[in-house]
Design a protein around this ligand. Sequence first.
Ligand code: ATP
Length: 299
Amino acid sequence: MSVTVKVPAKVNLQLGVGPLRDDGYHDLVNVFHAVSLFDEVTVTPGPLAVTVAGASVEGVPTGPDNLAAKAVVRLAGHLGRAPEASVHIEKAIPVAGGMAGGSADAAAALLACARLWEADVPLPVLMDLAADLGSDVPFALLGGTAVGLGRGERLTPLSCEGEFHWVFALADGGLSTPAVFAECDRLRAAFEAEAGWPHESPDLLAALASGDAKALGAALTNDLQPAALSLRPSLGRTLAAGREFGALGELVSGSGPTCAFLAADAEHAAELAAALAEAGVARALAAATGPVPGAHVLS
Ligand code: ATP
């Protein structure tokens, strides 16, 4: 018997970063949006092991450090049983790309093992286990569009009308999320920029609720973008190219280096992806739509 779970990547439509807290974290306003780039995680009975395959899997650990392995151990601990599951990950979500691929795999492993072990784990308990594993993990279970407060893990679903069309410019190499937050703190200190308390953007919420792509494009914001650009200046060219080719809006996804561009419709997304490929400003381009559902069992 095996269980396969399909799980989406996320893009952050708003990432508001508050001042550094005493515990080393930041208060966030994080508007997550699940998009149609998916990893598939399959679990089978056996000793705990992780294998990974896919177009780009560089830097993904296959030992106990893999977030999916941590999820297996965490769920087994909760259930008081041995973590016996062999995990295979088919990766399409870029690694260390600011699209929460590792978190997605952890969410998928939780759901898959609960099914494999025939354990009746209520969703709120699964969400708590997910939050223990990382602040982006609960959203990968939930999917859709949602705002996350606190470290990003206290989630409220948002009303989102229709379907939005995205183009993602994947970069060579990743950016470490902690390094990008540290650079954000460094830049704020260097420029004596007082970080305000982040608030949900009313313009963004209205654009989502009405399905207005043009208004959504104008409302995209990411407080980590200056830090990602400081660590990877070439992203400035990528973003500028998308603007020049008519994207309705563009931003660095999460901690980067993936850049996200909003298109008017599927045709516009295909044109935009072709123009960005031609301009040579990305390692690869991927078109996707959002919102899509969170982690779900396929077999
Ligand atoms: P986020 O957007 O949540 O900040 P990210 O998309 O930038 O994350 P991930 O792809 O989740 O980054 O990977 C970050 C690091 O986590 C990788 O460089 C890798 O060392 C480690 N990692 C552990 N498990 C996984 C996994 N299953 N898939 C990818 N990376 C993993």
